[in-house]
Every structure is written in structure tokens, then in C-alpha cells.
Ligand binder design. Structure first.
Ligand SMILES: [Cu+2]
Length: 266
């Protein structure tokens, strides 16, 4: 029985390794300036934890093969020095590994979350609600109209609660159901939620960011090629969650300018 388990364990380890090495389920294509750094970090983590995984499974298989119980009543040997040193060593090893990965990963993390926004970034206001995303552009004046929560009215299409009658900066604001951005241009999203927690997930951008009600969350990215990607909500946010999605469209600058002009004249 012990030997059979050792063989099974070795086969499972080999198959798992093959799935990763052959890239059977792999990352989607990358259209973000930051994507390379993130993928590189992910690879380092995968390789490091992969080696440890394979080594641990094979050592386990070898021990089971060699010492697997066959019911002959032999006494169970104790680990030299008792269990405590073994637990301490294992904790230090695993703790050291996690800490090392954290320190190495901090570089990529801070390049996304701690870097100051590009002064030329195109600012887009993102609103998440049950069960849709809305994207607001400031229009010709470069200023966003103030949000008045009491004016929010799905019925008349005032999704953001703007007051164009009294607020001149709100008059030219453009609200779109798709996130349309120019290629190779830094984008700064300002994300907020109207009701519950949601998330903004675009695998090709390597971005997954939660919306938290009450918080204004900045998020920056630069897309490197024209594309149309799905934006999905990855926080269970209610009955319609499965259907909460939008589209990111990355287009050349001239096309984007044209799109924005078309939206403004509507
Ligand atoms: Cu949602």
C-alpha cells in the first residue's frame, strides 16, 4: 500500500509539473506597460515555489516508499530531537521564503501603487454599481462636475448625480458604458462604488482592483496596443454579479479623439 501511494504521488507530481511546463493554462496576452514586471515576478514565484513543491513531494514519496507502514507492528520512530526543532525549522524556512518573496515583489507593487501619477495622464472617473460600470470623461474644460448623491437617478440617466443646470463644469462631462482609452497614453482611473464592493479586473492589463464604498481609489495604467478587452467584476456583489461587465477599448490617439468628439456632440 505504501509503495502504491509513493508511485501515485510521483505521478501526480509529474502531471502537475507537466501542466505548468507545457503552459497548458497560461497567462493571457499582456497589453500593459507594467505587465512585464508583474509577469516576471509571477514567474520567479512560480519557479521558486515549483521547485520546493516538486522537491517536497518527491521526498515525501521516497519516505513513504521506504518506510510505508505494512502493518508489521514496528514502533514508530521519533524524529531526532523531537518534534519541536522540526516545527521551528520548518516555520523559519517557510517564513523566510514568504518574507523573501514579499521583499522582492514590493518593487513591482510600488511601481503600480506608489508611483506618483503621470502629470499628463488622462483622468477617468469610474463608477461601479449593481450591476454595471460607468466611465466619466471631463470633457473640453478638463474638469469633472461635482457629484450630488441626491440627484442620482437611473430613470432619467443621471447616473453620476450631476447638476448641469447650476454646475458649468458638469455640462460637458461625458459618461460612457465602455472604457475607451488612447494607446500608449498614461491613464489615471479614479474609482468609486455607489452601493457595495465591486472589482475591476482586466487580465490583459494585469490589473485587479477592488472598489470599496466610501473610498476614492486611484489606479494607473498604460495600454501598449489597440485592443478590446472584457472588464469583469470579481467581487460577488449581488444577484446580477455574474453579468456585471464592461469593455475596455484601446485605440490610436486620433481614433480616440474622434470618439470623444462624437460622444461630446451626442
Ligand atoms: Cu459587481
Amino acid at each position: 500500500m505504501g509503495k502504491l501511494f509513493a508511485v501515485l504521488l510521483t505521478i501526480i507530481t509529474a502531471v502537475s509539473m507537466y501542466i505548468f511546463l507545457s503552459r497548458t493554462w497560461w497567462l493571457p496576452h499582456d497589453i500593459s506597460v507594467l505587465g512585464h514586471g508583474i509577469d516576471h515576478q509571477l514567474m520567479e514565484t512560480l519557479v521558486e515555489s515549483g521547485i520546493l513543491f516538486v522537491a517536497a513531494q518527491l521526498v515525501l514519496a521516497a519516505f513513504v516508499w521506504r518506510f510505508g507502514g505494512d502493518g508489521d507492528g514496528r514502533a514508530i520512530k521519533t524524529f531526532p530531537g523531537g518534534a519541536i526543532p522540526m516545527v521551528v525549522i520548518a516555520t523559519l524556512l517557510v517564513g523566510g521564503e514568504v518574507l523573501a518573496l514579499t521583499l522582492v515583489g514590493t518593487k513591482v507593487w510600488s511601481s503600480i501603487y506608489q508611483a506618483p501619477p503621470d502629470p499628463n495622464a488622462l483622468r477617468i472617473d469610474v463608477l461601479a454599481e449593481q450591476f454595471a460600470f460607468y466611465f466619466r470623461y471631463s470633457g473640453a474644460d478638463g474638469r469633472f462636475g461635482t457629484i450630488h448623491p441626491e440627484l442620482i437617478d437611473e430613470g432619467n440617466g443621471n447616473i453620476y448625480g450631476l447638476d448641469p443646470a447650476n454646475d458649468t463644469t458638469a455640462r460637458d462631462d461625458i459618461v460612457s458604458a465602455s472604457l475607451v482609452v488612447p494607446v500608449n497614453h498614461p491613464i489615471l482611473l479614479s474609482m468609486h462604488a455607489k452601493d457595495v464592493g465591486h472589482a475591476f479586473y482586466v487580465p490583459a492589463l494585469r490589473i485587479q482592483q477592488d472598489f470599496v464604498p466610501g473610498l476614492l481609489i486611484p489606479l494607473q495604467f498604460t495600454a501598449t496596443q489597440p485592443a478590446k478587452e472584457e472588464i469583469v467584476c470579481t467581487q460577488l456583489c449581488g444577484l446580477g454579479h455574474y453579468n456585471m461587465r464592461g469593455y475596455l477599448e484601446v485605440m490610436p490617439q486620433e481614433e480616440f479623439d474622434q470618439w470623444l468628439a462624437d460622444q461630446a456632440s451626442n
